[in-house]
Design a protein around this ligand. Structure first.
Ligand code: HEC
Ligand code: HEC
Ligand code: HEC
Length: 434
């Protein structure tokens, strides 16, 4: 069939960047879909080094090799422009591609399985009507054998995937809404739930005490998000403080670093206050999995101000390098300078995240609610492995903190990674607002 296109129709096609007629152009539905895409943080993984939103090509690391995200723009050849609603739904909720091949669980479909039909329709409308087509092939994923065989993922799903998922239609109260978001679109468990030998999340639902009990991503410890009861970490944050952290990346207890920065920038900072409060309400409803640590004996502020201080001691190194911003009492000046007393990252059993911040520095993300340029400087050029170990050991035992001592070889391992990151910058700046 031959179609006659007028010049103006051609121009309209070009400017709207829609490669083909969209199946459902209800603008309110597509608007809702744009918000659901933020809840799901789709842009963070599906935008690669070329910085074209949703064009794919970002390497998601797994123990079996890098898995490249797909092009999910409306391009009919290289993207998902020719997917029907059902095909889209199977890919997102069940991990099955249009051609029947299995997706690797680097795409968090085990969590997305609970997305409601309404939200899937809205997402579909957003991707097909609003996301500009990018006619470009995303890089092919090549894992080592036997993981190179996609059909094996079917067995994996059967053995380790979530079961008994009930798509949640309408959440009736804040806790139910929060559960829907955290277990589903927010896929918080993919980083905050410990993984088993087959890289599977050990639990997918809040009634299992392992769910959100803390995990690890790329050698960085992720804290427990189970915020009920009492004890250090999230149980000592109020619901409002948790919501504030999600909206701005900081609060009276700490400031965000590591992979969580991306989650905040691309997802939680862009959500409504009601949704962040709902997430917080749900986390508060989960009883904490760890018993609180006993209260400590020594007073670090006294140790610091004691007259004789050895120049290589952790105390001295802290006074010289850190106290200007974090203060001798370790309380910092939140929200600008986070407290180190009772700080979750500082108290993590695995010190790798904290060592990374000391060596490489960190910059707080700028969010709509809290624009920021504050940075923690890097100390890798200034402090040796021994010095960082002494310093970190001191900070982890001061002001009520109680975490195991740090050894120099733990520092040298993180230093190798920091050197590598500086040599080959990762995915590069990520697109901010679709
Ligand atoms: C944690 C990273 C991550 C997030 C978040 C993520 N994806 Fe993915 N997605 C991937 C990866 C990696 C693949 C490719 C997996 C493979 O090749 O087996 C993929 C594949 C897909 C596919 C299959 C495309 C095809 O070729 O059939 C669709 C559709 C998709 N994602 C949609 C979404 C949507 C919609 C969202 C947000 C609700 C989302 N993704 C969020 C990592 C992610
Ligand atoms: C891509 C991995 C990733 C995902 C997905 C993720 N997080 Fe995180 N999160 C982290 C890391 C890493 C940290 C530790 C950051 C730090 O050390 O400052 C963290 C820290 C946090 C903290 C601070 C806890 C504390 O005690 O300091 C909260 C609250 C949090 N995340 C909530 C969430 C919620 C809610 C979700 C889902 C909407 C989520 N996270 C999804 C990686 C992730
Ligand atoms: C110039 C001010 C400044 C100095 C000096 C400084 N910091 Fe920081 N620090 C910050 C800021 C700002 C942040 C928040 C940045 C972020 O989270 O991305 C931060 C964050 C941190 C964090 C992460 C806290 C969290 O909640 O995740 C740790 C740990 C830390 N600093 C330790 C130290 C140590 C140890 C020293 C001394 C070697 C030091 N800092 C020196 C400003 C400073």
């Amino acid at each position: 069939m031959i179609k006659l296109l007028t010049l103006s129709a051609l121009a309209a096609l070009g400017s709207a960047s829609l490669a083909h007629a969209a199946p459902n152009a209800d603008p309110a539905l597509a608007d809702r879909g744009a918000y659901v895409a933020k809840l799901g943080d789709c842009v963070a993984c599906h935008t690669g080094p070329s910085n074209q939103p949703f064009a794919g090509g970002r390497a998601v690391p797994s123990p079996f090799g890098d898995i490249y995200s797909s092009n999910i723009t409306s391009d009919p050849k290289f993207g998902i422009g020719d997917y029907s609603l059902d095909e889209f739904s199977r890919a997102v909720r069940e991990g099955v591609r249009k051609d029947g091949a299995r997706l690797y669980p680097a795409m968090p479909y085990p969590s997305y399985a609970n997305i409601s039909d309404d939200d899937i329709k809205a997402l579909y409308s957003f991707f097909l009507n609003r996301v500009a087509a990018v006619p470009k092939q995303a890089p092919e994923t090549k894992l080592v054998w036997p993981f190179s065989m996609r059909w094996g993922v079917g067995l994996w799903d059967w053995a380790f995937g979530p079961d008994g998922v009930t798509p949640n239609a309408v959440a009736t109260d804040a806790v139910a809404r929060g559960k829907y978001l955290v277990e589903g679109l927010g896929h918080c468990g993919s980083c905050h739930t410990p993984r088993g030998f087959a890289f599977q999340e050990k639990a997918y639902h809040g009634d299992d005490p392992l769910f959100l009990s803390g995990g690890e991503i790329d050698h960085w410890p992720t804290p427990s998000l189970r915020a009920g009861g009492s004890g250090p970490g999230l149980p000592s944050w109020t619901q409002e403080e948790i919501a504030q952290f999600l909206a701005t990346g900081r609060n009276a207890h700490g400031a965000v670093t590591g992979e969580m920065k991306l989650v905040i920038e691309h997802s939680t900072a862009l959500l409504t206050d009601e949704d962040n409060l709902a997430i917080a309400a749900y986390l508060k409803s989960l009883p904490a999995s760890k018993a609180p640590r006993p209260t400590p004996a020594s007073d670090a502020t006294q140790r610091l101000t004691a007259a004789k201080v050895d120049p290589n001691s952790g105390e001295r190194l802290f006074l010289d390098n850190c106290s200007a911003c974090h203060f001798v009492d370790g309380k910092g000046a939140p929200p600008a300078f986070p407290p180190l007393a009772n700080n979750t990252l500082v108290n993590a059993d695995d010190p790798a995240g904290m060592i990374h911040v000391i060596l490489a520095g960190s910059r707080l993300p700028s969010t709509p609610y809290a624009p920021s340029d504050l940075a923690m400087p890097n100390f890798d050029w200034r402090l040796s492995d021994d010095e960082v170990a002494n310093l970190a050991t001191f900070v982890r035992s001061a002001w009520g903190n109680q975490a195991p001592a740090v050894k120099p070889d733990q520092v040298s391992k993180v230093r190798e990674r920091v050197v590598k990151e500086n040599r080959e910058p990762s995915a590069g700046p990520i697109f901010t607002d679709p």
